[in-house]
Design a protein around this ligand. Structure first.
Ligand SMILES: [Zn+2]
Ligand SMILES: [Zn+2]
Length: 96
């Protein structure tokens, strides 16, 4: 798989830095899922409610146009593709 993140455009490295996002929340019957960075995914849900996602922000282009997400994307652009924010998921350093 050589995919890139629909939000930030950086490569997706299979493993714990990658998550799936429902473009329309499952609660509202959404089925379409996209793979994206966990950190990008967390940002979406930190900024937008599920109703916002359903009503307007159900495409990557619309997400990228949100001012807070746009600012995040400028910040994340310089981080390595496997970068995961320090305060979640820092456990599990042992890898198999
Ligand atoms: Zn990303
Ligand atoms: Zn999501």
């Amino acid at each position: 798989m050589d995919a890139s993140c629909p939000l930030c455009g950086r490569p997706l490295v299979p493993g714990p830095s990658v998550n799936e996002h429902h473009l329309v929340p499952r609660r509202y019957g959404g089925r379409e899922r996209v793979a994206m960075h966990r950190i990008c995914h967390d940002k979406i849900h930190a900024v937008l409610s599920e109703a916002d996602l359903r009503d307007h922000y159900h495409t990557p282009d619309r997400l990228r146009a949100h001012p807070e997400i746009a600012a995040f994307l400028r910040w994340i652009a310089g981080k390595p593709p496997e970068f995961v924010d320090g305060h979640h998921g820092a456990r599990g350093r042992r890898r198999r």
